[in-house]
Design a protein around this ligand. Sequence first.
Ligand SMILES: [Zn+2]
Length: 259
Amino acid sequence: MRTPLITLLSGVLASLLFAGTASAVPTEQVRPVPKGKTALVANPIYKSGKLEPDPCPEQPAYDNDLESAEAYLNAVLDCLNEGWGYQFSKVELPFSKPRFSVTSRLGVPTGCGKFPRGAQAVYCPVNKKITFYLSKGILSQASELFLFQVLAHEYGHHVQQLSGIMTAFNSRKYKNAKAVLPELRKIELQAECLSGAFLGSVWRSLDRRESDFRYVLNAAYSTATHGTAKNIAYWLTRGFQQDSPGACNTFTAPRSRVS
Ligand SMILES: [Zn+2]
């Protein structure tokens, strides 16, 4: 059994607490982005069906090589843009690509404050930007499926932002930092499920074995913001098996599934 050397689940507590900006003016026929409770529990994105099984062949990412890891991530990002862009068009919600940057050090600006210690990547809803931290630890395992899955998770937050889920979450009033945790876990577990849905949709075009997926699953560990290891694995697998954001409605799930 291999033990992961790195912490991989991305912490976005700080960035999530910032309100998102309004969506850009759409150019195609679109419907208004849902708000409030509707955005959370009955979002049109849940009815968008399966993601297209488009091919997304992985570029080589060599261990301990920043350049190839960055190129790898950019190629995965192209696939995510393609797949999710089409998904939004199916339900006539406006879509735009996220901004993206890679950093090899902590503390760089993300749009939601400095890049925090302990996070692998951050999505900032204010500037719709993903910042990915390629630490020595993760670069030593760059050929594992982590990079792909973490980027797909952050992209899940972008999907939440574009579909009104993040804004609805941010606009609710919470008594204190502790009161936000149950709702934050639904956000995080949903992003995990959305990463699984995307991974599942392109799985056949990846040169991977089931053990690669299991390795990512086994790396899940419990935190107050992201849920128990068991639930993280549950939502990742659920998305992966159904290839659809419809599998990812954590806002109507039983409490035991979002603990
Ligand atoms: Zn997250």
